[in-house]
Write a protein that binds this ligand. Structure first.
Ligand code: GLY
Length: 462
């Protein structure tokens, strides 16, 4: 964990947000995989980690916004636990590590919350995303399990997002470590992109690299020769020369900060002309976004500028037609680029998505756009120094989507459907880097994963 002054300062920031009452922060518990004692790999709640740093199950914490006091609740182990887990540090010592003086057995949490409610003090909590914490919140507050999500505190949500959005130096250093592991995962996947190799063999090998780095993958690995399926977790096929292999994967650092990269490479190490032409458009789109990213610009405008690069490139290949700006205004590019340019990244790969994307990615000034494609943009608002974001444009040929648009003549004035038919089995290309918004512009975090087509072919060819 970080040194305790970091957690004390983070809590100081939230205490300065003018909230009244108490803030309740629930840690996660172990979740059974197929029976109670066989659990999924434990992952602590990110906001709990951010403010209280302790990375094990069975904890909760309270911040009293009026007295400024912090409390951690958790149980010390008994002899039967010690037999299975070995000796554990007492909860009081764990509290001291993150600058919390008052620690109590877990059951005391109920007394604290009941007492606050009796005194008609506001009990702020964040939206629960796990069933166990939904049930616990019902028990603690009396709010029905079906209603706890909608009763989460908007004031606390906004305060937490405001603080967590801007990454401090030590957080960026953690993200750099996650990126170094991500780099190794992707270069390994490139080297393994040989005909005859089972996709799962590559997915498993790079997952192992994340685990050997001390963290986990930051999300379920996406790896497929059917890269046109945006989140393809089916790794069942054997690699075939002439196909593209899309890998979207990242790692968590030891302290759970994420990386998230995508590369698309030719199986066997040689792009076809058609593949290279589309690849160059996606690469130009990615490079254009990095060049545009700076404080004060909205990510929505960067997304739309990238959509123009894509539309213009597709027009030059005869796949789109008409006025490029008009095509993008009408959302015609979205048949090929049906997702957003990127998202915030930090302790979560989609940072703070549990708190509500609308609050993380948008504000009063920048509202979400309700148009197919751009509607999936998770981050639209003005960028600030210290934001860490992904830059992940792509071009995909999705047969079902092509058929729908062709039949319904959607954006037919901007799409040359007969030419598109020649690309029906192309697959998809996405190129993703992780970017820090600096004081004046942007910086790719870590060493850039090889991205130029020549470099990639060289790596695959050994
Ligand atoms: N890279 C996976 C995602 O952004 O959802």
């Amino acid at each position: 964990m970080f040194e305790k002054s970091i957690y004390i300062n983070r809590r100081k920031k939230i205490k300065n947000k003018g909230l009244k009452g108490i803030g309740l922060f629930l840690g996660n518990v172990d979740s059974p995989m197929n029976y109670r004692d066989n659990t999924f790999h434990f992952r602590q709640d990110s906001s709990f980690l951010y403010f209280f740093g302790l990375d094990f199950p069975g904890l909760a914490a309270i911040i009293d916004f009026e007295t400024g006091e912090d409390f951690i609740f958790g149980n010390d182990v008994d002899i039967s636990d010690i037999i299975w887990m070995g000796p554990q540090i007492p909860i009081s010592e764990n509290g001291a590590k993150v600058g919390v003086e008052y620690t109590y057995p877990y059951a005391k949490l109920f007394d604290f919350v009941t007492d606050a409610l009796k005194k008609e003090r506001k009990v702020h909590f964040l939206p629960p995303y796990r069933g166990e914490n939904q049930i616990l919140l019902e028990k603690l507050t009396g709010i029905s399990v079906h209603k706890v999500h909608e009763n989460a505190s908007l004031l606390l949500i906004k305060a937490v997002i405001d603080i967590r959005s801007v990454k401090a130096e030590e957080e960026i250093a953690e993200i750099e470590k996650a990126c170094a592991t991500g780099y190794e995962m992707h270069v390994t996947a490139m080297r393994m992109a040989q005909p005859g190799v089972w996709e799962q063999k590559i997915a498993g090998t790079i997952e192992g690299i994340a685990l050997a780095g001390g963290g986990m993958p930051s999300f379920t690995i996406i790896l497929s020769q059917n890269g046109e399926t945006l989140h393809n977790h089916d790794h069942s096929k054997i690699l075939k020369t002439g196909n593209l292999l899309l890998t979207d994967a990242g790692a968590e650092s030891l302290l759970h900060y994420a990386s998230d990269f995508t590369r698309t490479v030719p199986v066997g190490g040689k792009f076809t002309t058609k593949q290279r032409e589309i690849y160059e458009i996606v690469l130009a789109a990615n490079n254009h976004a990095t060049a545009l990213i700076k404080p004060g610009i909205t990510y929505l405008s960067v997304h739309l500028a990238v959509a123009e690069v894509i539309a213009s490139g597709l027009k030059s290949l005869g796949l789109m037609k008409g006025d490029v700006k008009e095509a993008v205004r009408n959302g015609a590019h979205a048949m090929f680029f049906p997702h957003g340019l990127g998202h915030m990244m930090g302790l979560d790969v989609h940072d703070m998505e549990d708190l509500g994307q609308i609050y993380v990615g948008y504000d009063d000034e920048t509202q979400p756009v309700n148009q197919f494609g751009t509607a999936y943009l998770r981050l639209g608002k003005k960028l600030q120094p210290g934001f860490v974001i992904t830059n992940e444009p792509g071009i995909y040929f999705i047969p079902a989507l092509i058929d729908k648009w062709k039949t319904e003549k959607i954006n037919a004035e901007f799409i040359n459907f007969s030419k598109v038919d020649e690309y029906r089995n192309f697959g998809g290309i996405r190129l993703e880097d992780d970017i820090l918004v600096t004081g004046t512009g942007s910086k790719i975090i870590g060493e850039r994963v090889p991205v130029n087509p020549g470099e990639i072919e060289e790596i695959i060819n050994g």
